[in-house]
Write a protein that binds this ligand. Structure first.
Ligand code: SAM
Length: 462
């Protein structure tokens, strides 16, 4: 059952994206009809959440089995539905190829009846609800005039960001995400000097059901999309090495890298946005990681012009790092669920030059013999395969490397890369197999195919 129409885009953006999926090289391999179906399926699946929840566990603190049991106990308490911790544990499946991943099935879309009392939340909050979260009070934009704690309400996501804060109703474009019980009264959301911060609506009948991880084993279980966990393993950091994560906030990959290294060595995390930096520190602290060093810095400027300069923080002399991760700022068109993107074509296309500037710094900061991983959570050729083609031409010292694990598909045609290079790239393309009725395959097989849209390239500097 497809409950949402596909991701809605500005016409110019839809046209642009279609040209990516129905390009000349693609049409040499498949019919026009097949290419168009793939594009439409992409828009549909992007508007729905993945069919699993992926949890990265802190194997630097405890074994996978121990964490799995603890998680089952914690979730069983949360559900209080009579099932034993053992029953819950059966639903938590280790990924056979990724040693620090547990998968949980998501149940949905479920038949949930809409109520007359309506609360409107921001699109980001609505997407989080579709992935198992409750509604946090700052996410509420509109509520019934006399809403009080204990009221049962239907929650709608404001798809185009047009609802006025504090409104009592809204006629714009929304999507229903489920029913919940209000934990706050209206005045404490909009009228008070000190607006409430915690859970505002506790979801009791979400459209997609998956456990809420709010406060659940915060130091052992970290929610992360599957391809993002793959990135850490593809980078392959080793204990004692010095690693640079150039665009690090909120620090999911930074912390994973430090955990893989057993917290031995140094992981330098940079991000240019000051108020995001604290999130990296909080995450590292929560996961008991001491090897993470965080700096607010523009990574395009992270190479020192004085190669002899020896400071602890940025800028750094050339060839300072054993491995570099460039998890680039991007148009984010692979994120799920995403029902409406209001960006202009100019905004979508603004990332390619920035990514190239970051790439220049990455190559200079990497030691000879070092590994550079480039990743994005978008589906365009311009930010993925075209960047790889450009990098190989611009930096003759770089060669593409095989990736382990390689769970996604190969790179997409259209950027002029030969088949042997496309095979070395890892593109997660949920649209290729997306079918919500296919629930009989083992969870890890479904999870590998039903991810966010994502791209990974691994280079060696010779
Ligand atoms: N790697 C992160 C993780 O796994 O949690 C996600 C990174 S997100 C895709 C991209 C980040 O790049 C954003 O936090 C953004 O603030 C940062 N960014 C954008 N331009 C930057 C620059 N010139 N220097 C450093 N960081 C930058």
């Amino acid at each position: 059952m497809s409950v949402f129409p596909g991701l809605s885009l500005k016409p110019e953006v839809a046209e642009y994206l279609k040209s990516v999926f129905v390009n000349k090289e693609v049409l040499a391999a498949v019919s026009l009809q097949e290419a168009e179906i793939r594009f439409h399926r992409l828009l549909t699946c992007l508007s729905h959440p993945p069919s699993h929840t992926c949890v990265r566990v802190s194997t630097h603190l405890a074994s996978l089995d121990e964490i799995r049991l603890k998680l089952a106990e914690a979730l069983q308490k949360q559900q209080m539905c009579g099932s034993s911790a053992e029953d819950v544990s059966l639903q938590i499946v280790p990924h056979p190829r990724i040693p620090d991943v547990l998968l949980l099935p998501v149940d949905g879309p479920r038949a949930v009846k809409q109520l007359s009392s309506e609360v409107v939340v921001g699109a980001q909050c609505g997407s989080a609800v579709l992935r198992g979260a409750h509604v946090f009070t700052p996410g509420i934009i509109a509520s019934p005039k006399y809403m009080k704690a204990g009221d049962v309400v239907s929650v709608f996501s404001d798809l185009e960001g047009k609802c006025t804060r504090g409104a009592t109703s809204f006629q714009g474009k929304t999507a229903f995400v489920g029913n919940g019980v209000s934990e706050v009264e209206r005045s404490s959301i909009f009228c008070s000097d000190k607006p409430a911060k915690g859970v505002g609506i506790r979801m009791v009948e979400p459209l997609y059901w998956s456990p809420s991880f709010d406060g659940v084993l915060p130091n052992l279980a970290f929610l992360q999309n599957l391809p993002s966990v793959v990135v850490g393993h593809v980078l392959g950091p080793r204990p004692g090495e010095r690693i640079l994560d150039m665009c690090a906030a909120p620090g999911g990959k930074t912390c994973h890298i430090a955990a893989i290294m057993g917290d031995q060595g140094e992981v330098v995390a940079l991000d240019r946005i000051r108020n995001k930096i604290d999130r990296i520190r909080q995450n590292a602290q929560m996961l008991h990681l001491q090897s993470v060093k965080v700096y607010c810095f523009n990574s395009t400027q992270a190479v020192s012009s004085d190669p002899a300069l020896q400071t602890e923080g940025p800028p750094f002399p050339p060839e300072s790092f054993d491995r570099v991760l460039l998890d680039a700022p991007c148009s984010g068109l692979g994120q799920r669920p995403n029902m409406a993107c209001t960006w202009s074509l100019k905004e979508i296309c603004s990332y390619q030059p920035l990514q190239r500037n970051l790439f220049h710094a990455a190559v200079r900061l990497l030691k000879k013999g070092g590994v550079l991983v480039y990743s994005t959570c978008t589906v365009t050729l311009a930010e993925n395969e075209e960047q790889v083609a450009w990098a190989l031409k611009t930096f003759p010292c770089l060669t593409l490397q095989p990736q382990e694990p390689h769970i996604g598909g190969e790179g997409m045609t259209g950027a002029g890369l030969p088949p042997e290079q496309l095979r070395l790239l890892q593109r997660f393309s949920p649209e290729l197999t997306w079918d919500q009725t296919q629930t009989t395959a083992p969870l890890h097989c479904r999870a590998d195919k039903d991810t966010i849209g994502f791209f990974i390239a691994k280079f060696l500097k010779n």
